[in-house]
Design a protein around this ligand. Structure first.
Ligand SMILES: [Zn+2]
Length: 85
């Protein structure tokens, strides 16, 4: 996984130690989060992009629980984090 860009806002980003099946990203704009690897591939294949404002807002809210937010397909679907088509 040579992904050195934030999946959400496409800024240059660092990587965190990955958990199996997830990509860990440390972005100066979005903060630290991890995201399901399959989800990243599916979105890329479908040429869908994140709604940056919604995703960053959701991350900020999720982070209040004190854990690093993890983005799954379910979160994307429930919270509308990805732009349509
Ligand atoms: Zn970002």
């Amino acid at each position: 996984m040579g992904n050195d860009k934030c999946v959400i806002c496409r800024s240059a980003a660092g990587q965190m130690v990955p958990v199996a099946g997830f990509v860990g990203i440390s972005c100066s704009q979005c903060g630290d989060y991890s995201i399901n690897e399959q989800l990243v591939q599916d979105l890329a294949k479908a040429r869908r992009t994140f709604n940056v404002v919604r995703a960053q807002t959701w991350l900020a809210i999720s982070r209040k629980s004190g854990v690093i937010p993890t983005i799954t397909a379910l979160d994307v679907s429930i919270h509308g984090l990805v732009n349509d088509g």
